[in-house]
Write a protein that binds this ligand. Sequence first.
Ligand SMILES: NC(=O)c1ccc[n+]([C@@H]2O[C@H](COP(=O)([O-])OP(=O)(O)OC[C@H]3O[C@@H](n4cnc5c(N)ncnc54)[C@H](OP(=O)(O)O)[C@@H]3O)[C@@H](O)[C@H]2O)c1
Length: 314
Amino acid sequence: MKAYTIHEAGGVENLRVEELPAPLVGEEDVLIQVKAIGINPIDVKTRSGKGLFNLLKNESPLILGWDVAGVIVETGKRVTRVRKGDEVFGMINFPGHGKAYAEYVAAPASHLAVKPANISFPEAAASSLAALTAWQALHAFSPVQKGQRVLVHAAAGGVGHFAVQMAKTMDAWVAGTSSSKNKDFILSLGADVHIDYEAAPLRTQTRDVDFVLDTIGGSTIDSSLEVMKKGAVIVSIPSGSNEMVAEKAKAAGMQGHTFKVSSNGSDMRSIADLLTKGALKPHVSHIFSFQEMRDAHDRMETGRTRGKLIVSVP
Ligand SMILES: NC(=O)c1ccc[n+]([C@@H]2O[C@H](COP(=O)([O-])OP(=O)(O)OC[C@H]3O[C@@H](n4cnc5c(N)ncnc54)[C@H](OP(=O)(O)O)[C@@H]3O)[C@@H](O)[C@H]2O)c1
C-alpha cells in the first residue's frame, strides 16, 4: 500500500510516499480501506517537530494522520460491533500513532462509528478529530446547559464550526469569533452573534458568558475572562499557549481547564447521530488528491481554514 511517512521533523518536503505492507490487524481491530483523510493542525505541528513528534519520533515508519473514513475489509476475531463491508469513520489512536495517511489503516473497532448514509466519505473524515474535540470539550467538565451563553473562539475553523452547531443543539445562546470574511458563515451555522476579533476588543462586543471554548490560547484567555460571569467555565485546547488557564481563571473567580481530545467510539456514535439527524453539518472547504498531501499541509498551515481540509484516497 501507499502511505505518507516522515523520517525527520521539518517542512512539507519531508512528507514522502512509500510503498509499505498493509498493516496487521489485531483481535480488536479492523482493517479500513481508506477513502478520505482529515487534515488537522496537529498533523502540521507534529510534522514540524512539535505536537506529538516527541512521542512518535522512534516509530518506524512514522505515518502521520488520525482522521479516516473508509470501508472495513477485514475484522479481528473479537470484533462484534462492525462487520466487513461497513462504512466507518473516526479518530484513530489519539494521542498515539494513528497512521491515517495511508491506503489501508488498522484501527481499534472501539474508536470508530458507522458512517451515516446521508454524508460522504470526505464529510465523515471531516467529522472526526475536530468534531470529537468540540463534543468532548462541551461535555467533559460542566456540560453546557439550556439557555447558557456560550462563546466559541475561531468559530469558522475545524473545531469551532462544530462547537457552534453542537452548542445550539444544547439550546445555548452562542457567539462565535472570526475575521469579518467569515461572519456570514458563522451565522449560517446557527450562531446568534458574530464577533469580529479584528474590529474591537472582546469586552466591548459581549458579556456575561457562561462557557468559553478557547481555540486560540495566550491573550485570548485573558480577554475571555473579562467577559465571563463569576463561576463560569473556560476550556482551552491549544496546548503550548494555555498552561496558565486554570490559575488565571481561579484568580478571577472562574473555572479554567486545559483539554486534550481522545479516541472514543461512543462519542463518535453521538456525533454520527447528530449527522444523521442533520443537526450537525461538516463544512469541507477543499478536497485534495492523495498526491496533493503537501499542498493540504501548506493550506492547513495558513491558519485560515474555513471548516475542514480533506485528502481523498483513490
Ligand atoms: N487539545 C486538543 O485536543 C485539540 C484538538 C483539536 C485542535 N486543537 C488545537 O486547537 C486549535 C484550533 O484547531 P482547529 O482545527 O479549529 O484549527 P483551524 O481549523 O486551523 O482554525 C482555523 C480558523 O481559525 C480562525 N482564527 C485564526 N485566528 C483567530 C483569532 N485570533 N480569533 C478567532 N479566530 C481565529 C480562522 O478564521 P479567520 O480566518 O476568520 O481568522 C480560521 O477559520 C489548534 O491550535 C489545534 O491544534 C487542540
